[in-house]
Write a protein that binds this ligand. Structure first.
Ligand SMILES: N[C@@H](CCC(=O)N[C@@H](CS)C(=O)NCC(=O)O)C(=O)O
Length: 260
């Protein structure tokens, strides 16, 4: 049995859901948003974050390691190149994305999560919930988001970091063709949720026909993939999505429109 502990909006979980869907692997969903701090979950993943994969009772953590495990342990379309150098490039790029997670987490907190959470709970409850987050990083940005303590300057630094990732991606696509290391791989899967999130936050200015055109074409290709569409539109367990706070994350209903 394959179980994934995750929640809808978690970028790190989205990338695992994409990999599972690309390989058409059946799995069971274990949702953990409110259970992150439960002793049972912390026993599985002492870091107190998602995703966590449990395969026949064996626990695997860290999204990039989970995706490599999925690639190694299951049949299905290959998601990593055979060539060792291309594989190394794939891993370097995945690492670059993972290291950039704080750069997407901060704008997400300011533009999406804080406005959304304010609709649900009182300030006192929100502060209490922030303090209950098991991970110091998320506890701190949740707290700072509530206090309005994340400055425009800090957000700008996040966007500059994301610029670096997308510049690297544009270069690799220019060198390698349709996909980051030449064939669809865990590198594409690692960065795809970032583009979806940026787009939902109204920050799709990072790519266009004239700005990073290869990235723009790549994203149009990604939007057409069923695996991506299923993974990013996983129903939000809190009952509301981006639209609830005036953001727009819907996928084009007509796949051909995605490519135009
Ligand atoms: N390096 C970890 C990072 C995991 C992580 O930060 N997960 C986030 C979602 S993307 C989370 O669970 N956050 C918990 C929270 O928001 O309290 C991985 O790639 O698996």
């Amino acid at each position: 049995m394959l179980e994934l502990y995750h929640f809808a909006g978690a970028i790190c979980a989205q990338k695992v859901r994409i990999a599972l869907a690309e390989k058409s692997i059946p799995w069971e969903s274990r949702m953990t948003l409110d259970e992150l701090r439960s002793p049972a979950y912390l026993k599985l993943n002492p870091n107190g974050y998602v995703p966590t994969l449990v395969h026949d009772g064996n626990v695997v953590t860290e999204s990039r390691i989970i995706n490599e495990y999925i690639e190694d342990a299951f049949e299905g379309p290959r998601l990593a190149p055979v060539d060792p150098l291309a594989r190394a490039r794939m891993r370097e790029f995945v690492r670059l994305c993972d290291d950039g997670l704080p750069a997407i987490a901060l704008p997400t907190m300011v533009k999406y999560l804080v406005p959304k959470l304010r609709k649900r709970w009182s300030d006192d409850e929100l502060r209490k919930r922030a303090e209950e987050r098991p991970t110091e990083f998320y506890r701190r940005i949740h707290r700072r988001g509530l206090e309005g303590d994340i400055s425009q300057e800090e957000l700008q630094q996040c966007f500059e970091r994301l610029d670096c990732i997308l510049d690297r991606m544009e270069t690799m696509l220019t060198e390698n063709g349709d996909w980051i290391v030449g064939e669809l791989s865990l590198a594409d899967i690692a960065v795809a949720p970032y583009l979806f999130r940026l787009s939902a936050l109204g920050e799709a200015r990072f790519w266009s026909a004239t700005k990073r055109p290869r990235v723009a074409q790549w994203y149009a290709r990604m939007l057409e993939r069923d695996a991506f569409r299923v993974a990013v539109s996983w129903p939000d367990e809190t009952g509301g999505g981006y639209e609830e706070v005036g953001l727009k994350a819907s996928l084009p209903t007509d796949k051909a429109a995605a490519a135009s």
